[in-house]
Design a protein around this ligand. Structure first.
Ligand code: FES
Length: 108
């Protein structure tokens, strides 16, 4: 996909596919991160804090602040801004430190 400004391409995107975020199928593009796909789809909250349940979203966008922790295919505490979107990925927004890995996978 290419987004154009007149005749000059300003953004080129890879092939499109879909990922699942909290049970909702959203579009993503080859080469972008999970955080990019979620933000482009209008999502702003990636996790909630452990004690006060405050929403947290993308802050640094470069893997430093850890505000974007999500559960990816059952593994908690992964940074959405650093993880590439790949076809068929299952992402869950995270509460606190996240569930134990087996609980997140639904096997515990
Ligand atoms: S937004 Fe800071 S680590 Fe992801």
């Amino acid at each position: 996909m290419r987004i154009r400004d007149g005749e000059r391409p300003i953004v080129e995107r890879g092939a499109s596919f879909r990922i699942d975020v909290d049970g909702v199928s959203i579009p993503a593009y080859e080469g972008e991160t999970i955080a990019s796909a979620i933000l482009a789809h209008g999502g702003r909250v990636l996790r909630r804090t452990r004690i006060k349940d405050n929403p947290r979203g993308l802050f640094c966008g470069i893997g430093v602040c850890y505000d974007c922790l999500v559960i990816i295919d059952g593994t908690p505490n992964l940074r959405a801004c650093m993880a590439p979107a790949v076809p068929g990925l299952r992402v869950q927004t995270q509460k606190g430190v996240g569930p134990a890995e087996r609980e997140a996978r639904g096997t515990g």
